[in-house]
Design a protein around this ligand. Structure first.
Ligand SMILES: [Zn+2]
Length: 259
């Protein structure tokens, strides 16, 4: 199993770090801040070999200039000229080889138009999905449209259920409180919320989740499920029953939710 460590950054970001088999060279995902990455590299005696970028937001790319200057890693990222310091620009259907691991690139626009995810298949599948899919939620639609964002989430939902979901923020408790408002009777969701509260009480990350967890409890992946549609109706939030309308309804409700 690929060992992946969280490097906490800012208030609630996770920069993910993994190493080669020898434990000497490292890759980080979405280094919004260089300082905590430098600390983690030094503490473990690692050399920074590669960086994966999911999208252009500052809290995902802000550490790039300093890390490039000090370590000259190979940087993979979206084909967006607004991001400086990408060595290899990748998109849907590309695959990248990092520290002996292969990752398939998925285009997942919606949170931003340049957003991509990195999927590693095999016995131990995992995805680095940035701000597209969160544990119990999804990113806000800053640049995209509901049908587009839903298609991106559908692409992630089609990955193997065992896929570990490495998102970029610790938003889980707030997401699950909202999910309970949408689906108060969902027992898997109730159990997940209790488990996540216990995890956060000991200050441990709730990420990664698994795609199976998300399919059972995340309202944004459940736009075609009757209890979600019923919950939207009960909350007087339903804009229409087509999946993209259901998705837009869940997203709009969450944007205004004060739980
Ligand atoms: Zn973002």
């Amino acid at each position: 199993m690929l060992d992946i460590q969280p490097i906490p950054a800012f208030d609630d970001n996770y920069i993910w770090l993994f190493t080669d088999a020898a434990g000497e060279r490292a890759c980080v995902v979405d280094p919004g801040d260089a300082a905590p990455v430098e600390q983690a590299l030094q503490a473990a005696g690692l050399q920074l070999d590669a960086v994966l970028i999911t999208h252009h937001h500052f809290d995902h790319v802000g550490g790039l200039p300093q890390l490039r200057e000090r370590h000259a890693p190979r940087v993979y990222g979206p084909d967006n000229p607004a991001i400086e310091g990408i060595d290899v620009r990748v998109g849907q259907g590309d695959s990248v080889e990092v520290l002996g691991r292969t990752f398939e690139v998925l285009a997942v626009p919606g949170h931003t138009l340049d957003h991509i995810a990195y999927f590693h298949s095999g016995d131990d599948p995992l995805v680095f999905c940035g701000d597209t899919l969160f544990a119990g939620g999804c990113g806000r639609m800053f640049e995209g449209q509901p049908a587009q964002m839903l298609a991106s989430l559908d692409a992630l939902a089609a990955l193997p259920p065992a896929t570990r979901v490495y998102c970029a923020h610790e938003y889980t408790l707030a997401n699950l409180r909202f999910a309970r408002a949408v689906e108060p009777e969902n027992e898997a969701l109730q159990a997940r919320q209790a488990a996540a509260e216990a995890t956060r009480a000991r200050r441990a990350p709730t990420v990664p989740s698994t795609l199976a967890d998300e399919l059972a409890t995340n309202p944004f992946l459940r736009c075609r499920e009757a209890p979600v549609i019923a919950g939207l109706k009960a909350g007087e939030q339903l804009q229409g029953e087509a999946p993209a309308q259901v998705f837009a309804s869940v997203r709009a409700w969450k944007d205004n939710f004060r739980g």
